[in-house]
Design a protein around this ligand. Structure first.
Ligand code: ATP
Length: 287
């Protein structure tokens, strides 16, 4: 095999709870992660040596700062006998620094893809271990789907897929730094109680998802403070027959769930704020 084409899907958070601060300075999290059909497209092509990364997005780093580049570096360090390199092309469709794990999903896809390209075996646990070093969200992106993520986000419990739901995803033209949101969160408020067990019972039961449960995002206040446009976007969604509206991750992406594809597409087509990234997508199962 000389080249390989991959899809790297984005995620949203159906719930994000901060349990407290850990001794290592990170936050102890409880999150429900869900993959969506919005995806970057990646091409991997063998070359004689080294790593070259190109991308359709002019603002993305193409060297070691790119998480996909880091994944390739780890791969070649782990497999020194290969004596070859790779050219990576990322067609960036997921908004950057938007709370949809765009960088993490590229890194996971490149790592998995390189094992395929070079026809080497690697089990999930090995890939999980290697990718954890790049970022806490990266192991989740290996398989995606509906997952309960805890710890820093790297402890994963796969849940039954919530089924195909139709969503509108809106990202204002405003990049949010995840560490900045957590920092403001720490300054703004104490830890809140969250009835996460009921959410987990609901999701593990494979019954229809009950949106009236505590599907909250604890970073809401901090991200709205940093990006007040989030509130304007939520106000538009309020008048759109959405079943459920939340901020994804640390924002500024906001998504709404609809009971039909037609409704979601209509909301996306009539979106009034012209500078936002807007797309109608659906939830996807693990890949
Ligand atoms: P998360 O939801 O995991 O917090 P995010 O979606 O908010 O992440 P990303 O899009 O992953 O954020 O980008 C965060 C930072 O990572 C940006 O500053 C970006 O320059 C950098 N980055 C490195 N590699 C990539 C990549 N392949 N795609 C997107 N961003 C990348």
């Amino acid at each position: 095999m000389r080249e390989l084409y991959l899809k790297a899907p984005a995620k949203i958070n159906l719930a994000l709870h901060i349990k407290g601060l850990r001794e290592d300075g990170f936050h102890e999290l409880q999150m429900i992660m869900q993959s969506i059909s919005l995806a970057d497209r990646i091409k991997l092509k063998k070359k004689s040596g080294g790593i070259v990364l190109k991308t359709s997005h002019t603002e993305l780093p193409t060297g070691e700062e790119n998480l996909a580049y880091q994944a390739a570096e780890i791969f070649f360090e782990q497999n020194p006998e290969l004596n070859q390199g790779v050219e990576i092309y990322i067609e960036k469709n997921i908004p950057i620094a938007a709370g949809m794990a765009g960088g993490s999903t590229d890194a996971a896809a490149v790592m998995k893809g390189l094992y395929q390209l070079f026809e080497l075996e690697a089990d999930f646990m090995k890939l999980h271990q290697d990718l954890k070093a790049i970022g806490s969200d990266v192991p989740y992106c290996l398989k995606g789907g509906t997952v309960y993520a805890s710890g820093k986000g790297e402890i994963l419990e796969p849940l039954p897929f919530i089924g195909e739901k139709y969503l509108v995803v809106v990202t204002p033209a405003f990049k949010i730094s995840t560490p900045a949101v957590y920092k403001l969160y720490d300054e703004l408020q104490g830890y809140q109680k969250f009835n996460f067990d009921l959410i987990l019972d609901n999701l593990r039961s494979e019954e229809e998802i009950d949106w009236s449960l505590d599907y909250k995002n604890d970073l809401k206040r901090a991200s709205e403070n940093i990006c007040p446009e989030i509130v304007e976007i939520k106000d538009i969604f309020k008048n759109s027959e959405a079943e459920f509206t939340r901020i994804s991750g640390s924002g500024p992406t906001v998504f709404s769930v609809y009971d039909s594809r037609e409704k979601a597409e209509k909301v996306a087509a009539g979106w009034p704020r012209k500078n936002d990234f807007v797309t109608a997508v659906k939830t996807i199962d693990s890949y």
